[in-house]
Ligand binder design. Structure first.
Ligand SMILES: [Fe+2]
Length: 396
């Protein structure tokens, strides 16, 4: 059986980290929530094959139809999770002004590593957006000089937590998805997932969304905080939080909030897995908006692990999958369709590294200028972006 997460015993004196107090959940009045399936990850190791088969079938429906699901019983307790939120909050309460400047990120270089100031998604200061982040890539786990000094005594604990997420939780999740593709259980983890060390080419994010002010609304996108997008990697592991701001794009072309499920992970499929699965898995569009009215004065702290695919690989459908052999590829599916068009013309698709770096370097968020190109497709407003020769159309 998979071992549950056990925090490390600290090897140096620990600072007092105040316990994070979760904001109250919304009363949900007038809100429409997405109805998502729940996967209890511990059932993957159930001795009864019928239980495992049922889990695989539920996962198949969830990732094919919604591209999003709740993951529960994955080995981290609510208390352990809240400890990580406490550390996240502690970061923003103690990072110094000097560190904000010295550790500032540089997305134009193709990576989000480091500190994001609450002024747009570029290195240089843009319009205010009230969003701060700290992004931990492998270099942040290797060199304490690249993280705020308040976190130095806590890095062992952050690293152990992230290592558990990458090597246990995500590995088991990919096992489930490999079974959906009717492949050997470790196929996706061993052939597609970037592996090695704490985080490999994936990254962990602490994000803090300060409440929207009129200033931010007037220069940014009103109630919109992050444009509709799909994630580039394999899977995204987002811890469910009480402040409801995440929305997903439904098959009926409507945005719906993702409700709070205490202790659960909200999982979504990235573009790489959509392509690997030949469009059988869906990289669902999502965005971040102002929460419901009763939560607008609260900060939203968010912890996310973005799992990346093997960097030098050029992705294509896993033709060894019996599911793909039997049913073919789903031609109309999002980014897969665009990659397919490229392959059909005989052009090489970008490597995973090129794909993610070009997205990060050129992405435009609500506070950035110039704004994204907006086009109308069948009466729906879509943003149009070109990444490494691949056109990506997404609902705003
Ligand atoms: Fe995302």
């Amino acid at each position: 059986m998979a071992e549950p997460y056990v925090p490390p015993t600290p090897t140096e004196p620990q600072p007092h980290v105040p316990t994070w107090i979760p904001p109250p959940p919304t009363d949900g009045k007038g809100i429409e929530f997405a109805q998502l399936h729940t996967i209890e990850l511990n059932l993957l190791e159930d001795p009864d094959p019928a239980v495992v088969q049922k889990l695989v079938e539920t996962a198949k429906i969830a990732i094919k139809e919604d591209g999003f699901l709740y993951l529960t019983n994955y080995g981290v307790s609510l208390e352990q999770l809240h400890r990580q939120f406490s550390i996240g909050q502690y970061t923003y309460d103690h990072i110094t002004e000097e560190e904000k400047e010295r550790l500032k990120w540089n997305p134009q270089g193709g990576s989000y590593a480091g500190y994001k100031a609450p002024f747009g998604w570029r290195r240089e200061k843009g319009a205010p957006d009230g969003i701060e982040q700290f992004n931990f890539y492998k270099q942040q786990f290797a060199d304490l000089n690249l993280v705020p000094s308040c976190l130095h005594p806590l890095m062992e604990e952050i690293a152990a937590f992230v290592h558990y997420l990458t090597t246990s939780v995500n590995r088991r999740l990919l096992k489930l998805f490999s079974l959906v593709l009717e492949l050997p259980p470790d196929w996706l983890y061993e052939n597609i997932q970037s592996r090695g060390g704490i985080v490999a080419d994936s990254y962990f994010r602490h994000a803090l969304f300060r409440p929207l002010t009129e200033d931010i609304k007037s220069v940014g996108g009103g109630a919109l905080r992050m444009n509709g997008h799909t994630d580039y990697g394999t899977t995204t592991l987002l811890f469910s939080v009480p402040v409801s701001s995440l929305q997903i794009w439904g098959r009926d072309n409507k945005w719906r909030y993702v409700g709070y499920n205490p202790g659960a992970l909200v999982i979504n499929i990235g573009e790489t897995l959509e392509i690997i699965s030949g469009g059988h898995f869906k990289a669902t569009r999502h965005r971040v908006v102002e929460p419901p009215e009763d939560q607008r004065t609260f900060e939203r702290l968010s912890l996310v692990l973005f799992n990346a695919s093997e960097s030098d690989m050029r992705v294509q459908p896993a033709y060894v999958s019996p599911l793909i052999q039997r049913e073919g590829c789903i031609e109309e599916q999002g980014v897969y369709k665009e990659f397919k068009a490229l392959m059909d013309k005989g052009f090489p698709v970008p490597t995973n590294r090129e794909w993610r770096e070009s997205q990060i370097a050129s992405i435009r968020q609500v506070a950035d200028n110039p704004k994204m190109k907006i086009v109308l497709v069948n009466g729906v407003e879509m943003s149009e972006q070109m990444y490494h020769g691949v056109k990506v159309l997404l609902p705003v």
